[in-house]
Design a protein around this ligand. Structure first.
Ligand SMILES: [Zn+2]
Length: 277
């Protein structure tokens, strides 16, 4: 599943080709995605209107148009946005085709069809943070997402720290891969109850989260299952995984054998020496 770095890489890849362009035609495969594709609303309001801004929020890519309408893409399990010349034959699992006046076509491809396209009308587009994203936690790179913020949110909870980090209401964009990698980097066992962590530990963990996400973005994201970036290339961050999927192999720090357990139903990896509860 694409996490924050993969979505950021897709977003950066498409911005130069899509910003200020206008959509001249929209086609749809008709196959259902996670929610109903707002094809009529898109055709009625977005054709020939300049795309003013494209950015990432959590794991969403947001397009805002000059008429104050908004289109939001969520990649789900396997979604991606790709660019190609409009005459390129449809690839398997291409579901949405946006032809742009910049002579390029933006496509949403989604093998497993858990992706989503959300149309937001003018009334709600004005302040997405209080409408669409009202339950979404702060961005990991924002000032709001400090160690003291996490410490405060964790005070009255006993859930495992890994589950807490993957909760998008608490902090945006962190899934299983980067939760595992950040906790290893911070030397914190993924099952540690959050109320046991000190303010200092939260501050150190926050620094590791930011460093790892930056590093992953610089590497072009990771390639897990179906994920490829906007230019159709694979990301390379998985070469730098230190803990994710490494059970049975020696820890890069202490050589103890990495173990695996399920936490909140998700595969969790840890070094029994470097990450004690
Ligand atoms: Zn170790």
């Amino acid at each position: 599943m694409p996490e924050l770095p993969e979505v950021e890489v897709i977003c950066r890849g498409i911005i130069p080709h899509v910003r200020h362009a206008r959509i001249t035609d929209i086609r749809y495969s008709g196959k259902p995605l996670r929610t109903v594709v707002p094809i009529d609303a898109m055709r009625d309001t977005l054709l020939n209107v300049p795309i003013e801004k494209i950015w990432r929020r959590a794991k969403y890519i947001v397009f805002s148009f000059a008429n104050d309408m908004t289109l939001i893409f969520h990649m789900g399990m396997s979604g991606k946005l790709t660019l190609c010349p409009p005459e390129t034959p449809p690839a398997k699992h291409d579901h949405l085709f946006f032809t742009l006046d910049s002579h390029i076509q933006l496509r949403m491809n989604d093998t497993r069809r858990f992706g989503q396209v959300v149309f937001v009308d003018r009334e709600k587009s004005g302040d997405l943070e209080t409408t669409v994203f009202k339950n979404t936690g702060p961005e990991p790179f924002s000032e709001a997402c400090s160690g003291s913020y996490l410490h405060r949110r964790a005070r009255s909870s006993n859930q495992p720290v890994k589950t807490f980090l993957m909760n998008a209401h608490i902090i945006a964009g962190i899934g299983n891969i980067y939760a595992n990698e950040s906790l290893f980097a911070a030397g914190i066992h993924p099952a540690t109850p959050v109320s046991n962590l000190s303010l200092y530990q939260w501050e150190e963990l926050m620094k590791k989260i930011q460093a790892i996400l930056h590093w992953a973005i610089d590497c072009g994201g990771s390639t897990i299952n179906d994920y490829i970036n906007a230019s159709g290339e694979q990301g390379y961050f998985q070469a730098n995984f230190k803990i994710y999927g490494k059970d049975g192999t020696p820890c890069t720090i202490c050589r103890a054998i990495i173990e695996k357990m399920k936490i909140g139903g998700r595969a969790s990896y840890f070094c029994p020496v470097c990450q004690k509860i």
